[in-house]
Design a protein around this ligand. Structure first.
Ligand code: PDD
Length: 314
């Protein structure tokens, strides 16, 4: 082992933003006393950036305003002053994106969709659990990475999920970098041949290891209500809007384990998965065992919303 992150293959070494500097990822460093490292004391965002289908240059963010609003809410909830306003954040994401798009042989091949990963921590201070006494600048990091959307087979056949007890803390509404609970759930899924773990707390559906979860019964779409027990995905509000546009009844209410297992359809949503049908839950088929009509309608509407907002680039 060396004392650097050179042991991690970061090729083709994207350009990242760290505390005012644009640097290659392989050279980006934070002090070990960063509270993000020591305490997981920070928050993050993941924003999809869609490339044009025809391979033309330029990528467009989807639902950027909503992502920045959630970033502001997360910062507010953990009492870190927002280092930028929306215009400042937008400029920063565009700057990092442009630097990567200009990089010959870089991470972003033509037509490659991307994500902007944004992280803010409480900064560097002597290790004390309480907030640092003086004014400490937050650590700000922005990285652009390729986004591999689910493939056609996953959409056509659906994916497998497993269930587990939700053992996370009760501030799941904060998009915190303290993700150990989610990490263990994601690993549980991977070790059991599943894409996601769907979590249940006290017999009620909460959410996936890194997604929101929806069920369909008799043509009605249900999701657990917004609360401290789930992260309100940017797709949560979007899907709510889409159901109105395409005439699907939607109800936000608590969902029991029995209702989850008896659903006609299960759908998961996230920035990186968009909407995806779950056709196997643990060892049982979901409904007919095939992606359903509500998924198909939502997927179509999602692609349309994307195309409109990103000026047809998707
Ligand atoms: N995660 N719930 C959890 C626990 C999540 O981690 C995510 C997304 C979501 C969906 O949120 P959105 O629709 O805004 O992507 C719900 C991101 C993709 C991640 O951690 O990489």
């Amino acid at each position: 082992m060396t004392a650097s992150n050179a042991v991690v293959d970061v090729s083709p070494d994207p350009v990242v933003y760290l505390n005012g500097e644009m640097v290659p990822l392989s050279e980006a460093r934070i002090p070990v006393l960063d509270r993000g490292f020591i305490f997981g004391d920070g928050i993050y965002e993941v924003v999809p950036l869609y490339a044009p289908a025809d391979g033309d240059a330029g990528r467009a963010p989807f639902r950027l305003t909503q992502h920045f609003a959630r970033l502001a809410r997360s910062l507010d909830k953990i009492r870190i002053a927002n280092p930028f306003d929306d215009a400042g954040w937008r400029e920063l994401v565009e700057r990092v994106l442009a630097a990567n798009e200009a990089q010959e042989g870089g991470a972003l091949a033509p037509g490659q969709h991307a994500i902007a990963y944004i992280q803010v921590t409480r900064g560097v201070a002597k290790r004390t659990h309480t907030f640092p006494a003086g004014a400490v600048a937050p650590t700000v990091f922005v990285m652009i990475s390729p986004l591999a959307l689910p493939n056609d087979t996953q959409r056509a056949n659906g994916v497998r999920c497993v269930t587990a007890e939700d053992k996370r803390w009760l501030h799941c509404d904060i998009k915190s970098v303290s993700l150990l609970g989610n990490v263990l759930m994601a690993q549980h899924a991977a070790e059991n041949g599943a894409l996601e773990t769907i979590q249940l707390r006290d017999g009620m559906l909460t959410e996936g290891s890194s997604s929101n979860v929806w069920i369909v019964k008799d043509g009605v779409l249900f999701a657990p209500p917004r609360s401290n027990r789930i992260l309100e995905g940017i797709r949560y509000g979007l899907i709510e809007e889409l159901t109105q546009a395409i005439g699907i009844r939607f109800e936000a209410r608590e969902i029991t384990e029995a209702e989850l297992r008896d659903a006609d359809e299960i759908i998961i949503s996230s920035a990186t998965k968009e909407v995806l049908p779950v056709t196997t839950l643990d060892h049982a088929p979901v409904g007919s065992g095939k992606p359903g009509a509500v998924f198909a309608a939502l997927y179509g509407a999602y692609q349309q919303a994307k195309a409109v907002e990103t000026c047809g680039v998707a």
